[in-house]
Ligand binder design. Structure first.
Ligand code: ADP
Ligand code: MG
Ligand code: MG
Length: 250
């Protein structure tokens, strides 16, 4: 089944009208894991934000379809209810809201009506599996967390909320190799025939632990090339500096 189907998507930053997405095409079916790699500033996070419905950006043309329904005009909340999840490249620190209550209300909002006690236990089990101390569950969201702890918390949210489509924006950035391995294992255990994952990453390293089904090279607001894991290794060796425009036109 098609989960996500993006067609010729163009979007601008509302604030200044600058076009950032310049004709993105991407299809993600259930059971697939897609990696999107690209240089800094190419618009990867913007793509994730536009799919999630961040109002800072305006879609100027093209379509985002999710499970055969056009979602261009849905709010972030409505998209989350359909089962779309996004982890942030830079998770915000939110004083006054504890991770536990944040996740409980998010889960409630998504109409998961399991008992609070059961969900609390599940959170504790997840913390153990993901390798962050249970005490983090009762700390303020991301406040004073290390980079690695923030990223692990994002992964924990994903497991807890069980989205149909998870978009993970540089979940590996700033992590040491052990943390990358642990996050990779956690993403693999999340992956199932029913859901889809989009991994946005600069580096190939995470992809050594998670074989993606597809690797897309994303440069200057659009996907310029699609391949398998070998494409990621090629980028790692030779970098992004090449004539992508020629590829696109070929
Ligand atoms: P990437 O994730 O590939 O590094 P981004 O999507 O973060 O790229 O950014 C793409 C371009 O759009 C950059 O030039 C960035 O500065 C600009 N941009 C994106 N979002 C914003 C924003 N909210 N405010 C200002 N500039 C932005
Ligand atoms: Mg960046
Ligand atoms: Mg980014």
């Amino acid at each position: 089944m098609d989960l996500l189907d993006i067609k010729e998507l163009r979007a601008t930053l509302r604030e200044d009208g600058k076009e950032i997405l310049k004709g993105v095409n991407l299809k993600v079916r259930a059971g697939e894991l897609h990696a999107i790699m690209g240089p800094n500033g190419s618009g990867k996070s913007t793509l994730a934000n536009v799919v999630m419905g961040n109002p800072k950006y305006e879609i100027t043309s093209g379509k985002i379809r999710f499970k055969n329904k056009t979602i261009n005009d849905l709010s972030v909340d409505q998209r989350a209810r359909l089962g779309i999840f996004m982890s942030f490249q830079y998770p915000q620190e939110i004083s006054g809201i504890r991770l536990r209550s944040f996740l409980m209300s998010a889960s409630h909002n998504l109409k998961n009506d399991e008992s609070i006690l059961k969900k609390s236990r599940e959170l504790e089990k997840l913390a153990d599996e993901i390798g962050i101390g249970r005490e983090f569950i009762d700390r303020y969201l991301n406040l004073g967390f290390s980079g690695g702890e923030k990223k692990k918390t994002e992964i924990m949210q994903m497991h807890f909320l069980k989205p149909v489509l998870a978009i993970l924006d540089e979940i590996d950035s700033g992590l040491d190799v052990d943390a990358i391995r642990s996050i990779a294992a956690s993403i693999k255990s999340f992956k199932s025939p029913e859901n889809g994952v989009i991994l946005i990453t600069h580096y190939e390293r995470l992809l050594e632990y998670i074989e993606p089904d597809y690797v897309h090279i994303y440069v200057d607001g659009s996907i310029v090339m699609t391949g398998g894991p070998e494409l990621a290794r090629d980028i790692e060796e030779r970098g992004y500096e090449r004539d992508w425009k020629a590829f696109r036109e070929a």
